[in-house]
Design a protein around this ligand. Structure first.
Ligand SMILES: [Zn+2]
Length: 127
């Protein structure tokens, strides 16, 4: 399982039981239960079976994918709007000190900011 699920199959206004989700996405029920413990919203935690709204499931999977997937290349940023690695519009990048110290060497933390080449929103990267 590479963590890629076909979220197009999920109907946003439909509620799904864990069994249905596992059938739909081809995963086992255990992983689905685990998701409900790590942030997947359920309609009523005491209900049996547990029901999950389609749009919550979609959102959860999108976030999960974004987290797992992205490997940033040089000069790439993760854009939370586009949910992927993007490059900054050239000339928009700035480096600022955050004022925090990090690591054993007590380095000054710097943050690099720029504007996403796709959506034009601010993106940032700690360096
Ligand atoms: Zn973007």
């Amino acid at each position: 399982m590479s963590g890629r699920y076909n979220t197009k199959l999920i109907k946003t206004r439909h509620s799904y039981s864990v069994q249905e989700i596992s059938n739909l996405l081809g995963i086992n029920k255990k992983s689905c239960f685990r998701w409900t413990k790590v942030g997947l919203k359920v309609l009523d935690p005491t209900a049996k079976p547990l029901l999950v709204m389609g749009d919550d499931l979609k959102e959860f999977l999108d976030k999960k994918r974004a987290k797992n997937k992205v490997e940033l290349g040089e000069n790439e940023y993760f854009c939370f709007t586009c949910k992927k690695a993007v490059k900054a519009i050239s000339g928009s990048e700035k480096i600022q000190m955050t004022g925090k110290k990090i690591g054993k060497q007590n380095r000054s933390q710097q943050i690099k900011t720029g504007l996403c080449e796709f959506c034009n929103k601010k993106i940032n990267l700690f360096v």
